[in-house]
Write a protein that binds this ligand. Structure first.
Ligand code: AMP
Length: 366
């Protein structure tokens, strides 16, 4: 057995988001009752932080209600739309060549939007191969319009073809993403005269949160530490090691409906994170040769410019987390302790859910 060097050393981890300490109340304690005064001043500080946090959330929600998905789009952009008659393997090559991980689909026979191609579709094809290995020759001939058949045969529900009118408030797009657990949503407009659908673009959780980070001053008021916010996932974490077969990780992603799995060593120290989008790089050369690899081997195939993974600690706060979102393309933070051991995971879905729904008794479905 050859020894496997970890694909990316733990030094690849970004330093934890800088957390600034909550400023203590400046009122000096009086001589005789210093303990109770310290307690009171600590409580006052916490009350102020709580109030500011609420005001920050309100500012973000107001902003999301006033802006539309159009506002998030850059002045000029390119959009790759794939015709559903393309071969699955061609579509994969197009995604990889263009450095993108999803694309809207277009049914040219009906001149209609036909859903979004994402890493989940490739995971489904891999699962199909896993269940019907004798069909390898057939799999090579799969076209995008046969993906529904793939889903049917492996027994998974077809993805919701959720989309939104780009003129609707951004708040609605966020709610719709949370409801459907989608990490991105296509923007579909309809030509007034012809009634013809037009794919305008796709907005992602990342684009929306970055837009908020850049434009809403209120994010600077989000000074409650993660420890108190209780957002993210801290129990029953799905993890893998460098030696885990990549197929097992794929099954884990599907079973738990998650987009990434932290890679840890036997002491629980975080070494890396395997992401659903890594599967695209893995299978780009021909779909199925590489599936027997371990996570460590497969991570070696990541592009050289891979930016690393982001970590944070329970002391970090959303103000600094938003700073990181503003400055880097980040989709999740792996929460670690002072020894870089895994504590939890905080994804953009968790952040979006918090800024939209915290304190909102109406719940997600409304
Ligand atoms: P995501 O789809 O990656 O945004 O994650 C969806 C939900 O699953 C979020 O609430 C995450 O905190 C949680 N989650 C993400 N990755 C993991 C994991 N590896 N183990 C357990 N929960 C996770």
């Amino acid at each position: 057995m050859p020894t496997i060097t970890p694909a990316t050393p733990s030094s690849f981890l970004r330093p934890a988001v800088q957390s600034s300490v909550i400023t203590p109340d400046p009122t000096p304690p009086s001589t005789s009752t210093s303990t109770s005064n310290t307690n009171q001043s600590g409580r006052r500080t916490m009350d102020v932080v709580e109030e500011e946090q609420k005001a920050g959330l309100k500012a973000i929600r107001n902003f999301l209600r006033l802006r539309t998905s159009y506002d998030v789009l850059p002045v000029s952009f390119r959009l790759i739309v794939l015709d559903t008659t393309l071969l699955v393997k061609q579509s994969l090559a197009i995604l990889v060549q263009n450095g993108i991980v999803s694309a809207p689909l277009w049914d040219s026979t009906q001149s209609k939007f036909a859903g979004l191609l994402t890493s989940t579709d490739f995971i489904n094809v891999i699962q199909y191969y896993f269940q019907f290995p004798d069909d390898l020759k057939e799999i090579d001939k799969f076209r995008l319009n046969s993906l529904r058949e793939v889903e049917r045969r492996i027994g998974v529900a077809p993805p919701e073809t959720s989309y939104i009118d780009p003129m609707k408030p951004l708040y609605d797009a966020c709610r719709q993403m949370l409801r459907s657990r989608a990490r991105r949503i296509p923007l579909i407009d309809v030509d007034d005269e012809t009634g013809q659908e037009m794919v305008v673009n796709v907005v992602t959780q990342y684009r929306i949160l970055r837009f908020v980070a850049i434009n809403v001053k209120g994010v600077q008021a989000l000074r409650k530490p993660l420890r108190d916010l209780k957002i993210g996932c801290y129990d029953n974490l799905a993890t893998a090691t460098m030696d885990t077969p990549v197929l097992d990780v794929i099954h884990l992603l599907v079973k738990k409906d998650i987009a990434s799995v932290p890679i840890v060593n036997p002491d629980g120290v975080v070494l890396n994170c395997y992401e659903a989008v890594d599967i695209l790089t893995l299978i780009k050369g021909g779909i199925y040769d590489e599936l027997s690899l371990t996570v460590g081997e497969s991570l070696l195939k990541r592009p050289d410019d891979f930016a690393g993974i982001h970590t944070c600690t329970l002391q970090d706060r959303l103000d600094t987390i938003f700073d990181t979102i503003r400055n880097s393309r980040v989709h999740r933070f792996v929460v670690v302790d002072e020894k870089k051991r895994l504590v939890g995971i905080l994804t953009l879905s968790d952040i979006l859910r918090y800024i939209l729904l915290e304190g909102n008794d109406a719940g997600e479905g409304s």
